[in-house]
Design a protein around this ligand. Sequence first.
Ligand SMILES: Cc1cc2nc3c(=O)[nH]c(=O)nc-3n(C[C@H](O)[C@H](O)[C@H](O)COP(=O)(O)OP(=O)(O)OC[C@H]3O[C@@H](n4cnc5c(N)ncnc54)[C@H](O)[C@@H]3O)c2cc1C
Length: 489
Amino acid sequence: MAGGGRPGGRCDATELGTVSQPRAHIVILGGGPGGYEAALVAAQLGAKVTVIERSGLGGSCVLTDCVPSKTLIATSGLMAALERAHDLGIQFDGEAGSAPVSPAPAQARVDAARLNSRIRDLALAQSADVRTRLLAEGVEIVSGHGRLAAPGLVAVGDTEISADTVLIAVGAQPRVLPGAVPDGERLLTCRHLYDLAELPSELIVVGSGVTGAEFASAFVALGSRVTLVSSREHVLPNEDTDAAVVVEEVSRRRGMTVLSRSRAATARRTASGVEVGLEDGRTVRGSHCLLTVGMVPSTHGIGLEESGVATDDRGYITVDRVSRTSVPGVYAAGDCTGVWMLASVAAMQGRIAMWHALGEAVQPLRLGHVAATIFTEPEIATVGVSQQDIDRGVVGARVVKLPLATNARAKMEEFRDGFVKLFARRNSGIVLGGVVVAPQASELILGVSLAVEQQLTVDQIAHTFAVYPSLSGSVTEAARRLMLPVDLT
Ligand SMILES: Cc1cc2nc3c(=O)[nH]c(=O)nc-3n(C[C@H](O)[C@H](O)[C@H](O)COP(=O)(O)OP(=O)(O)OC[C@H]3O[C@@H](n4cnc5c(N)ncnc54)[C@H](O)[C@@H]3O)c2cc1C
């Protein structure tokens, strides 16, 4: 009974818990990380939750983009590791200099059909896990294409579902250039790769942003001849320049052809493969072309304009740091907002939206604390402020860059390329960010990320034990090098 505490006394916790609020109905458009993570939070907070999804739970993240690409990279990473086998004293049966003792091939080869079937199966299994989890939490799942009929009303086909709060998390899809329309067989977007029966023998990758660099690096390791067409001076133009230079050097050394300052104008099929026309008149030929020229939000035709939900000139939904759109009661999360196209950011935006909508205390999204990784060979992981911010004077910081070449563990494992870079505030020594370029940088960045989130100082990191020998030892050593004598702090 509401307000039923003892007369004149305070309600105890149990009684407070029984004060009943009308159960909010949250309707979520899109079942990717932006949508399903939000659904879990809303369900945990006691809301009735409906997720509308037109393809499969987990979204493009699980079914076509992040999960499949990292599964591919699990195989390409192993192939790249095998390149070091000789240096580590390993000889394969059948190789010159060793007695052939089995019919095993001297050189590892990738079975593209098996690899792709593993990738597709793993993605489906992950999607099924997400679905099971949502159902276990009592979330209703509706299959179909949804649209915002009005604020507080979502339509799926002829069915209309009213909602106290709507979250739009419809994601994005690969951008298509007018002169290079994918056909799914030879002219590909990243979503076509896992349907190929064979490995591309000569892959032309157009675009040297994160997606292009990751796939170019992976296919070199898998055994394709790769040409990367980059419109900029360096690959990964928006990343830490030192890191991008390392990845480009390693890529060239491993046999990739990088065409810098070369902008693709057209891509078309020929009798035997593909032909990419560059703006300067040159032509590049290969067996397949992978187009990685950005993403566009899936926001067209879903009733946003009619309901007054503001978008920018490229169609991304405008949101604030608690995921509110321009319309009260309508929130948006993930790639369709264009804030930062990462699964972790999409998930956090979705959770924040629900905490805010359901009246919980909430911390607005802090992009300065996002840890991100580019899964090239080696990987680049970053968190916090960037070298560019420091060079431009936006942030005052001291910087140390420690090559991995001197790290004992790196030597043991034959990693020569990579570094740890740490940024710390000038006097206090508070860690502001860092860059790790290493084979497992995605795992190593957590220590720096914790430091940034918790505002730890370089002294605190320097006094933290790292295992010897370990690559993470370079993080604590970098911190030691940034320590100042006490009378200078
Ligand atoms: C090749 C590639 C690799 C990537 N790798 C990484 C990585 O390693 N790490 C990382 O953090 N991020 C990575 N990303 C980015 C990551 O995949 C996205 O940031 C993430 O998927 C965004 O989640 P989302 O929920 O916004 O959208 P999505 O995952 O795209 O989900 C949106 C869902 O909405 C559904 N939908 C759309 N419209 C409607 C509608 N009208 N009605 C019903 N349903 C609808 C779609 O079917 C889809 O399932 C990668 C992206 C690409 C392209």
